[in-house]
Design a protein around this ligand. Structure first.
Ligand code: HEM
Length: 393
C-alpha cells in the first residue's frame, strides 16, 4: 500500500474529481480564472476539436528575461495548432516511428539489466533514483545518438530542464540561474544537429535532418526544439509510470500474482495502470470562441483544464472505475491524451514499461515497497506520482 500523505492526497483528488463529475462537470475556478472539465465525453470532445480549443496560448508570456526560453517554446509541438502542427508532426513522425522505437527493445533490456545489476546484491533500492529516473534518459540519449562520453552531461541537462519546466512562477529566479545551463545544452545540440546533417548515422537526430513532408524539411532550430520537448515530455512521465506501476501492483497483490502466472497480461496491466494512475492528471487548452458544454457557456480566450484523471475514472465510460482490473477491456483511457496531440512517445513509454516490469518480476519476484516508507508526492496537482520509492526483495 502507498503510505502517508501521498496516498491521502491521491484519494482526496479522486474523491474531488468524482464529486465534480456529478455536481459540476464544467466548473469555473474564479480565483485562478480556469475552466475545468471532468467528464470523459467532454474531455475527449475538447481534445478532438483544436479549432475551438487551441494549444497555442499555453505558452508563457514572453518577457525579455525569458526570451531565450520563449524562442524554444515557439518551436514546441505541444503548443502548436493546425496547420503548423500538422506539418511539424508530419515531419517528426517520420523519424520517431514505432519501428525506430521497437528496434530499441534489446538495448532497453540491456540498460535495465545493467541498472538492476548495480543494486541486485543490496536487496533494496530506491526504484526512482536507481531505475525509473535514469532509464528513460539513457534510452532517449541513445535513441538520439548522443555519444557515451557525453551522456552524463546530457543527463544533467535533462534533469535541469525537467526541474525548471515544472517550476511555478515563484521559481522564476531559479529559472534565470539555470539559463546558462540551457544555453550550453542548446549549443551542444546545435553542433550535434549540424554534424549529423553533414554525416548522417542511424539515429533519431539524423532521421530528423532527413525528414520531408509536403516539400518541407526541419531546420536545426526546429530539431532542437523537438528534442527539448522529447526530454521534457518523455522522461518524467515514463519515470512516473514505472513508479505508479509498482504502487498499483503493491496495492493489488492478486494482480501481481496473476501477471506472474501469466506474463502475457503485462501489456493490459500497463494500460490499466495508465488509466488508474495517469502520470499527467490534466492537459490544458484555450478557447478560440464562445462554446457551450453541458449547458454551461465558456467565453472565448479562456483557459480550459481537461481532467484526464477524472475522465479515466468516469463511471459513464468505465464500469466500476475504482476497481483496478488488469484485464479491463475495452480500456480507452486518456493518459496519453486524444486527437492531434496524442502522445507521440506512447509506443516508447509502453515498451520501456513492459521491459522494465518484466525484468523486475523475473529478477526480484518478492519485490515490495518497504513497509513504513515515507513516499513524497509531486507538489503539482497536475502530476500524479512519487519522487522516491524505497523497495526491497
Ligand atoms: C504528448 C502523456 C511519454 C513525447 C502527450 C500528451 C499526453 C502525454 C497526455 C498530450 C498533451 C496534450 O494533448 O496537450 C504521456 C505519458 C507518458 C508519455 C503519460 C508516459 C507514460 C512520452 C515519451 C515521449 C513523449 C516517452 C518521447 C520520448 C510526447 C510529445 C508529445 C506528447 C512530443 C506532443 C505531441 C503533439 O503535440 O503532437 N504525452 N507521455 N511522451 N508526448 Fe507524451
Amino acid at each position: 500500500m502507498q503510505q502517508g500523505s501521498s496516498q491521502e492526497r491521491w484519494l482526496a483528488q479522486l474523491a474531488w474529481c468524482k464529486q465534480m463529475r456529478e455536481q459540476s462537470p464544467v466548473y469555473y475556478d474564479e480565483q485562478n480564472h480556469l475552466w475545468n472539465l471532468f467528464r470523459y465525453e467532454n474531455v475527449v470532445s475538447t481534445l478532438a476539436d483544436p479549432a475551438t480549443f487551441s494549444s497555442r496560448s499555453m505558452a508563457p508570456a514572453q518577457d525579455s528575461e525569458e526570451s531565450f526560453l520563449s524562442s524554444w517554446l515557439k518551436g514546441d509541438i505541444t503548443k502548436m495548432d493546425p496547420p503548423q502542427h500538422r506539418h511539424f508532426r508530419g515531419l517528426v513522425s517520420q523519424a520517431f516511428t514505432p519501428r525506430v522505437v521497437e528496434q530499441m527493445a534489446p538495448r532497453i533490456h540491456e540498460i535495465t539489466s545493467t541498472l538492476l545489476d548495480e543494486v541486485a546484491a543490496k536487496g533494496e533500492m530506491d526504484l526512482v533514483s536507481d531505475l525509473s529516473a535514469p532509464l528513460p534518459i539513457i534510452v532517449i540519449a541513445e535513441l538520439l545518438g548522443v555519444p557515451p562520453e557525453d551522456r552524463n552531461r546530457f543527463k544533467d541537462w535533462s534533469n535541469t530542464l525537467i526541474a525548471s519546466t515544472s517550476a511555478t512562477p515563484a521559481d522564476k529566479a531559479r529559472l534565470k540561474e539555470v539559463l546558462p545551463i540551457f544555453k550550453e545544452m542548446f549549443a551542444y545540440l546545435q553542433n550535434f544537429c549540424q554534424a549529423r546533417r553533414e554525416q548522417p548515422r542511424n539515429d533519431l537526430i539524423s532521421h530528423l535532418t532527413k525528414a520531408q513532408f509536403e516539400g518541407r524539411m526541419l531546420d536545426n532550430d526546429e530539431i532542437l526544439a523537438f528534442v527539448t520537448t522529447l526530454l521534457v515530455a518523455g522522461n518524467i512521465t515514463t519515470t512516473i509510470l514505472l513508479g505508479n506501476a509498482i504502487v498499483c501492483l503493491n496495492e493489488h497483490p492478486d494482480a501481481t500474482a496473476a501477471i506472474r502466472a501469466d506474463p502475457s497480461l503485462l501489456p493490459s496491466a500497463i494500460e490499466e495502470i495508465l488509466r488508474y494512475r495517469p502520470p499527467f492528471t490534466v492537459t490544458m487548452r484555450t478557447t478560440t470562441r464562445q462554446v457551450t458544454i453541458q449547458g454551461v457557456t465558456i467565453p472565448a480566450n479562456q483557459m480550459v483544464i481537461t481532467w484526464l484523471l477524472s475522465a479515466n475514472h468516469d463511471e459513464r465510460q468505465f464500469p466500476e472505475p475504482e476497481r483496478f482490473d488488469i484485464r479491463r477491456h475495452p480500456n480507452r483511457h486518456q493518459a496519453f491524451g486524444h486527437g492531434i496531440h496524442f502522445c507521440i512517445g506512447a509506443p516508447l513509454a509502453r515498451l520501456e514499461a513492459r521491459i522494465a516490469l518484466a525484468l523486475l518480476f523475473e529478477r526480484f519476484p518478492s519485490l515490495k515497497i518497504q513497509p513504513g516508507a515515507e513516499l513524497e508526492a509531486y507538489e503539482s496537482p497536475f502530476i500524479n506520482g512519487v519522487k522516491n520509492l524505497p523497495v526491497s526483495w
